[in-house]
Unconditional design. Structure first.
Length: 162
């Protein structure tokens, strides 16, 4: 029987990942208490589309720490041309990018009958855009820099605990 190491836990089967939890503490909070969140199976693909290289390098690591598979793309066009468009179960999408913008990619996915939940991210400061994006079907809009807890909360909205 093969053991697997999953986020510091030794489990007998990969299916057992769903039963384990990881500690998360909001870095912005003065509260020292941690909350425990379930480790989700790595079978679920979360794709990240952002033209900022530092986001493409760091955000997949965080998403993987939450137990998801992650794939990063530098543009909306690159994401649309990939096989991942058919496998993605959640999209973390920058709003402002050269070429096709985040909201334009959202419209293109709708026109292709691809119903992928979208968590928008932006370095912009216009807070009024959030309500427009959510009204158009976005799950959440996070303003950079955002905490790991904020991202986890958005992902939990997409993938509620069963």
């Amino acid at each position: 029987m093969t053991d697997h190491i999953a986020r510091g836990y030794c489990v007998q089967k990969l299916e057992d990942l769903d039963r384990f939890q990881i500690p998360v503490r909001d870095a912005d909070s003065q509260d020292k208490a941690q909350r425990w969140v379930p480790v989700m199976a790595a079978r679920v693909l979360v794709s990240i589309v952002d033209d900022d290289e530092s986001v493409r390098e760091s955000l997949p690591d965080l998403v993987q720490q939450f137990g998801f598979a992650a794939q990063a793309f530098s543009s909306a066009e690159a994401f649309l041309a990939s096989e991942s468009v058919n496998e993605t179960r959640c999209l973390i999408l920058d709003i402002a990018m050269p070429g096709m913008s985040g909201p334009e990619l959202q419209r293109e996915l709708k026109s292709r009958q691809k119903h992928i939940p979208i968590i928008f991210i932006t370095a912009g400061t216009d807070r009024s855009i959030r309500s427009r994006l959510l009204a158009d079907g976005g799950v959440e809009c996070l303003f950079k820099p955002f905490s790991d807890v904020a991202l986890l909360d958005a992902l939990t909205t997409v993938f509620p605990k069963s």
